[in-house]
Design a protein around this ligand. Structure first.
Ligand SMILES: [Fe+2]
Ligand SMILES: [Fe+2]
Length: 319
């Protein structure tokens, strides 16, 4: 497989696992096209054309130094200049790294992180929060994230890849979609009644089992093992980054009893507590690993060797 094929596969898999459904994603892109058509010529020139075909602008190809057949990829959760140097170092020791794949966005992917957050409105709506409320509360948060990511040194890692002449891409929301879908299926299949049962279920997932060995396994942040789960929502696994803390009250009103997330801030935890919503934090890097692994398995099937780094807990489900 070549880099573009690998990249397109990630996007395709992300769409298939998307809470909006393929039709919902199509509508999202259609809406982008309508917005584009309303722009004047100058604004059109400033518009990122990728937005018309890719619903996940936080996932990009950053640099193609050599468009070769990919046989070996170095894959990490956070790819920074250290990982670029690592790839170079491995390369000088043996047959080399053909492609570096990160999870968290860099470069223009990071600059566009806020763009994928609209997905959270649809996920919340899927679990019963009225779309107007989800959109109203998320709007503020999306703007806040756009301002925050604006402070970053976006191109630092990309520059390192260019200097070292290494291929670089990332897959963020497509892989988080895969993790969310995996967990949703698991919960629907097993229907845990109490938080303790939900915890036991999560602890059976190999990535979380591995994370437990270093003390980063699933944890109950709000609630207790004997609490009933009620309706379990996967509202905090995919969609860029954390949503609005004001949403918990609305989620409680929509009948959600338990939220499974990757990570949670103190402010969010406080609001969840006040709304009597149980919060189970599955784990950040372990959940990111789960989503990446489901994608990487497809690359492994194509004969690509995966070398994990930067926190990636590589578990292959290829039999
Ligand atoms: Fe993630
Ligand atoms: Fe993450």
């Amino acid at each position: 497989m070549k880099i573009n094929e690998i990249y397109n596969l990630a996007i395709e898999m992300g769409i298939k696992a998307d809470f909006r459904g393929e039709e919902g994603v199509r509508k999202f892109l259609e809406n982008k096209r309508k917005q584009y058509e309303k722009l004047n010529q100058k604004e059109k020139e400033e518009f990122d054309p990728e937005a018309l075909k890719n619903p996940y602008l936080d996932s990009r190809i950053y640099h193609i130094a050599d468009d070769k057949e990919i046989k070996r990829a170095l894959v990490g959760i956070d790819v920074e200049p250290a990982e670029i140097l690592l790839a170079k170092e491995i390369g000088s020791a043996d047959s080399g790294i053909d492609l570096i794949i990160g999870h968290h966005p860099r470069g223009k992917g990071l600059a566009h992180l806020a763009d994928v957050m609209e997905l959270q409105c649809d996920v919340l709506n899927f679990y019963g929060v009225p779309i107007n409320i989800a959109e109203g509360l998320m709007k503020e948060k999306i703007e806040e994230v756009a301002r925050q990511t604006n402070t970053a040194n976006h191109q630092r890692t990309v520059d390192a890849a260019k200097i070292m002449k290494l291929n670089l891409m990332n897959s963020h929301t497509p892989c988080d979609n895969l993790a969310a879908k995996f967990l949703k299926n698991l919960i629907e299949q097993e229907e845990p009644e109490r938080i303790g049962e939900l915890m036991d279920l999560l602890k059976e997932v190999p990535e979380y089992k591995e994370a437990m060995k270093i003390g980063a396994g699933p944890k109950i942040f709000v609630g207790a093992p004997e609490n009933r789960c009620g309706k379990i929502a996967l509202t905090e696994i995919t969609g860029g980054t954390e949503g609005s803390p004001k949403l918990y009250e609305k989620m409680a009103n929509a009948g959600i009893g338990t939220v499974i997330g990757m990570h949670i801030s103190e402010e969010h935890k406080k609001q969840a507590e006040e709304s009597n919503i149980n919060v189970v934090i599955a784990g950040h890097i372990s959940s990111d690993s789960l989503g990446m692994n489901l994608f990487l398995d497809e690359l492994e099937k194509q004969g690509i060797e995966i070398i994990p780094c930067s926190g990636l807990i590589r578990v292959s489900r290829v039999k």
